[in-house]
Design a protein around this ligand. Sequence first.
Ligand code: PA5
Length: 446
Amino acid sequence: DRIKLVINHVYDFVSEKEILQQADNATAANRALHDGTRAGNDFLGWVNLPSSVTEDLIRDIEDTATALRSRCEAVVVVGIGGSYLGAKAVIDVLSSSFDWLQHERKDPVILYAGNNIGEDYLHELTSYLEKRQFGIINISKSGTTTEPAIAFRLLKDLLVAKVGGEEARKRIVAITDASKGALRTLATTEGYKTFVIPDDVGGRYSVLTPVGLLPIAVAGINIRELNKGATEMEKACGADTPFEVNLPAIYAAIRNELYRRGKKIEILANYNPKLHYFAEWWKQLYGESEGKDGKGIFPAAVDFTTDLHSMGQWIQEGERTIFETVLSVKEPKAHVTIPQDDTDLDGLNYLKGKRVDEVNKMAELGTLIAHVDGGVPNILIEIPKLSEYYIGQLIYFFEKACGISGYMLDVNPFNQPGVEAYKRNMFALLEKPGYEAETQAIKKRL
Ligand code: PA5
């Protein structure tokens, strides 16, 4: 069983024939990801990653997770961008929304740091951790990113002060490049357990490496099933898969065709709040991969029905430069029905006995029709249920589609030169050694 792509609601805007005209282009882009014949071909390690994950690696990750789980009530994932979003996305989708409030927890609570430079955030986090048994997974591919480096320095100091150097060493894991970067040097010097981020896998494509798998396993989620789902999708969109059955290629072709027709913004909508961070992961994947050379669809996201009471107005009647991609979950885990009330003061008895999800599904269908009527093309991705297996499929689906889509747009989907601009200015303003000339130049502009 697989996730499905429902595309009949784009036909009011682009015809099947027009989509098929993109088929050759999309198929060639898909093939190039396998052959390594286009830009960024040194970052294609993710393409065959799910099927090549070894039993040894999975076991090493599971054993490390078990060790952290036995020692820690809380584990802090330190990382930014691709070094935390995948883990947070999967953990949020597959955990109970209120688990973190339980005192008697089966799984350690997973917290995040190094994804901002908020002083209050770090203060509040360290205050919370002072009273907890905690561990740290420090993730940085380059090993030199400022945000996680600051957070790690603070958290490591706290941990060593709390439990001593020897115990702290058992609770810290570093995930970084095999040999380069300050984090590798630090981990070797301190003797931390480490995992390697493969050279040919960029941050935003790294969720199925130890970057995502270790925190996900620590949270008590089955990483074998996650990888199995990803492997299933990898096989379903190989180099020779015909366009008509290649879901990532179809999605990439449609979004590029819509973009050519002036639909500059893609809104990823969900009707299940657990998917909020999955959309954040998706935004990073597509934003960083496609937004360059003056081109690229702007990836936005909404949680419905919550945002139907805010952004819904804009989507229905604002500038017609948007299309919508809906993550539709067929079957919720739980079963909650709306009770009968004899007084019916709230007028809700017409819904009595219905599942909450039946109402949600009608909101979804009603919104879809309203938005299509309002001029918003709709692509729907149907996910049978929120399980490790289908989330694995969905992750690989979006990664593959992103690579194809970037090549169709004629950009390098695997670099991010634009993220350096703010760093240069920040380092110049902070007078980082080596930035003397930049410091002088920027100060003149203040
Ligand atoms: O996708 C990317 O490459 C980026 O978002 C990185 O993941 C992010 O900048 C963090 O980099 P690093 O892992 O080197 O600290």
